[in-house]
Design a protein around this ligand. Structure first.
Ligand code: TRP
Length: 370
């Protein structure tokens, strides 16, 4: 088996979520308000853990101001795995959140050596997908780390905060949280802390609950930001909240790898590409022959198509359950499950791609001028 690597800049090998929950000290999600239980991500435990979600739930209940803040590193192609977090942003926006999105071009430069120019180009594709998912552009602030704002007061406040935060962290903390650390990575994590905390500055929203939806690999950044934020007396930061989304498996069963187009479905794939990728690469929980499959049944729990349906494409619980049972009993064949999934994905992409075209009319507003 591949050696396990797990840090904010690299994830390799199997992910043991139970172990991570314990090690990182995040809490499993329980007893959420009804609106949450109707949402696919919560009822199916795709959002599987949190820190301090309570204060956000209070804000929702009392109709108080709160922010959802997240970021994207524009290295590699935007794939359907990335869209899961966007669904959360749309969901929280409807519950009253103002959404902040950082395009982590400085992080991409420091951690991956990617130029700001390349990040700008790639980010455009991400932002198109984000808008196509239904984010309300009026209630979101999308910015690049290298160009926070044309409003100098806002921009100063963001970079000032990054610098002030440095005073409250120790070198040993960085090492404990990240393992290997370079000056560039250190600056990136302080900038990410500023990403997460700056919405609470007086130049932005003022002190308020901020919820950060991420993959669990980003939790080290959150731990650091949470710890140092509480050491600062002025301004007083409301402690950060966070929710953690499972990784969507790559077609082959491992992680989606942005450098291998056959490991993911991209929002811009054509119906033929989707068909080819699923038929050729989607790891199947079926038996080697139809006879064996009919007799022994398949294993939906390890089947990549089934997990795509469960995590994203099949909203209908009854339908999903039926597929689960039929596949397990051998009533549904692998070819049939694949075809069903292909149809579902293409149905989604047809609408998504149309919305992407519409988003092209407004995307420029979110991209800084050189
Ligand atoms: N580090 C994140 C990634 O690798 C991107 C990011 C930058 C981010 N700032 C953030 C995520 C703030 C959440 C909150 O994808």
């Amino acid at each position: 088996m591949a050696t396990e690597v797990f840090n904010p800049w690299e994830v390799k090998g199997d992910i043991d979520y139970d172990k991570l929950i314990k090690e990182f000290g995040v809490s499993p999600l329980k007893e959420l308000p009804d609106v949450f239980n109707k949402e696919l991500g919560y009822k199916r435990k795709i959002i599987f853990a949190h820190r301090d979600i309570q204060r956000v739930l209070e804000a929702i209940k009392n109709k108080k101001k709160f922010v959802m803040m997240t970021g994207l590193m524009p290295t590699g192609k935007c794939h359907i795995g990335h869209l899961m977090i966007v669904k959360q942003m749309v969901f929280f926006q409807k519950l009253g959140a103002k959404v902040y999105i950082a395009v982590a071009d400085l992080e991409a430069y420091n951690a991956r050596g990617q130029s700001l120019e390349d990040s700008k180009k790639i980010a455009q594709d991400y932002i198109l997908n984000y808008l196509a998912m239904g984010l309300d552009p009026k209630k979101c602030d999308i910015y690049f780390q290298s160009q926070r704002s044309n409003d100098a007061e806002k921009s100063n406040a963001y970079y000032r905060l990054q610098n002030l935060l440095a005073k409250h962290a120790t070198f040993n903390e960085f090492k404990a949280v990240y393992g290997e650390i370079t000056p560039g990575k250190m600056l990136s994590s302080l900038l990410q802390a500023s990403d997460m905390l700056h919405p609470q500055l007086k130049e932005f929203e003022g002190s308020c609950p901020v919820i950060v939806p991420v993959g669990i690999d980003q939790d080290p950044h959150l731990r650091l930001a949470r710890d140092i934020s509480q050491r600062i007396k002025d301004p007083k930061f409301t402690q950060l909240s966070s929710i953690y989304t499972l990784f969507m498996p790559g077609l082959g069963g491992g992680k989606m790898s942005a450098s291998d187009p056959n490991s993911y479905i991209a929002p811009t794939d054509t119906p033929e590409e989707v068909k080819r990728k699923i038929n050729k690469y989607a790891f199947s929980g079926g038996q080697p022959t139809i006879e064996e499959h009919r007799k022994l049944g398949g294993n939906p729990d390890i089947d990549v198509c089934f997990s795509y349906l469960k995590m994203f494409f099949e909203e209908d619980d009854k339908k999903l359950e039926q597929i689960y049972k039929d596949y397990k009993k051998g009533l549904m064949l692998t070819g049939e499950l694949k075809q069903y999934t292909i149809d579902k994905i293409n149905e989604f992409l047809k609408v998504h791609q149309k919305k992407r075209e519409e988003a092209k009319k407004i995307v420029d507003k979110f991209i800084y001028k050189a």
